[in-house]
Design a protein around this ligand. Structure first.
Ligand SMILES: [Zn+2]
Ligand SMILES: [Zn+2]
Length: 335
């Protein structure tokens, strides 16, 4: 093992970056530069999550007969390394879009235990479901983004000590769903969740509206679990965000998803259009653009896909992908 004196074995549900951080600490490295000197690795900020990554291979090559036990803690890329594709995590196929790459999520309590969990590597998560703590993504003092190798001693290079803010049980609803799904090795549920997020208009870009992301994700998890509360909240949120859009257009986002819980939610929405009490009404300075997919548009406009395409050509309207702006809906409905 040359100068390697400590080989960490994976803990239960541990994130690969946590294993590598324990390796660094075990060799007296308290900052990235020290680990760099020890391993001769450059660019340690790069995500180190799969069995193919150079640092993981460097350690495995020195681990002798314990290499397999060490490697078992790392994700298996399902496309060639270097390409962005799905990973296998705990025997579950996790879609590429669900994987957090680059800057990481950090729960100070997980790291206090020296045991960060793989759920933090899922890009949809905002809170740690083990400790009910909000993940930190950047230093609140100097705004440096956190990478896997950051905060080995629990603090930023600027000296700020990271403490994750507490959150409620309700805040970790979708995180709990994701954790259960990966524990159950339910790859098809994750694939269906991805489809639902597309239908409901989930924005993967972290620069987008975080409240809206949560409402959409909770609604998708609610549909998967057959629980109505978050679907009702989604409809309420949409009506507040798009007060200028007819309710039938808003319902079109859900109408074709064939789940009994949605049928009940939509019936209730039509009968009793009162706001859900637990969700404050969002306020918007400018009304945002409402979007429907081509398939959703066809359903509410009673026009065929062919007619829709002809209309688009006639109007010389260039949609972005399969998404069309609100005014096209109005035109189509009177076409
Ligand atoms: Zn935690
Ligand atoms: Zn800082």
């Amino acid at each position: 093992m040359d100068d390697m004196i400590f080989l960490p074995y994976p803990l239960e549900e541990e994130s690969p970056s946590s294993i590598l951080k324990r390796f660094a600490l075990g060799h007296g490295c308290e900052c990235p530069a020290q680990l760099q000197d020890f391993t001769f690795m450059i660019n340690l900020n790069k995500s180190e999550m799969t069995i193919c990554s150079p640092l993981v291979q460097w350690i495995a090559a020195r681990a002798g007969r314990d290499a397999q036990r060490f490697l078992a803690g790392f994700y298996i890329p399902l496309v060639r390394e270097g390409k962005h594709g799905p990973f296998e995590i705990n025997g579950t196929i996790v879609p590429s879009k669900f994987i957090r790459r680059g800057p990481v999520a950090f729960c100070s309590q997980c790291w206090d235990e020296r045991h960060e969990r793989y759920i933090k590597d899922i890009s949809l998560t905002e809170c740690c479901p083990y400790h009910h703590r909000r993940y930190i993504h950047e230093c609140p003092a100097c705004h440096h983004k956190l990478y896997w190798i950051s905060a080995l001693n629990g603090r930023c290079a600027c000296g700020h000590v990271f403490v994750s803010e507490a959150c409620s049980d309700d805040d970790v609803y979708s995180e709990r769903y994701l954790l259960e799904t990966i524990r159950n090795q339910d790859s098809s549920a994750l694939s269906k969740l991805k489809m639902l997020l597309l239908e409901l208009g989930y924005c993967y870009n972290r620069g987008g509206d975080s409240e809206e992301r949560k409402v959409v994700l909770n609604a998708a998890a609610g549909i998967m679990r057959g629980q109505r509360q978050y679907i009702d909240e989604y409809l309420h949120y949409q009506t507040k965000k798009y007060p200028h859009i007819p309710l039938s257009y808003i319902q079109a986002k859900l109408r074709h998803i064939n789940e009994p819980v949605i049928k009940t939610s939509l019936e209730q929405f039509r009968m009793d259009h009162t706001p859900a009490p637990s969700l404050p009404a969002p306020s918007f300075v400018d009304p945002p653009e409402f979007e429907l997919s081509r398939a959703q548009l066809v359903r509410i406009s009673r026009h065929s896909m062919k007619e829709l395409k002809n209309c688009q050509r006639t109007l010389d309207f260039h949609g972005q992908g399969t998404v069309y702006a609100r005014y096209l809906i109005d035109i189509l409905c009177h076409y």
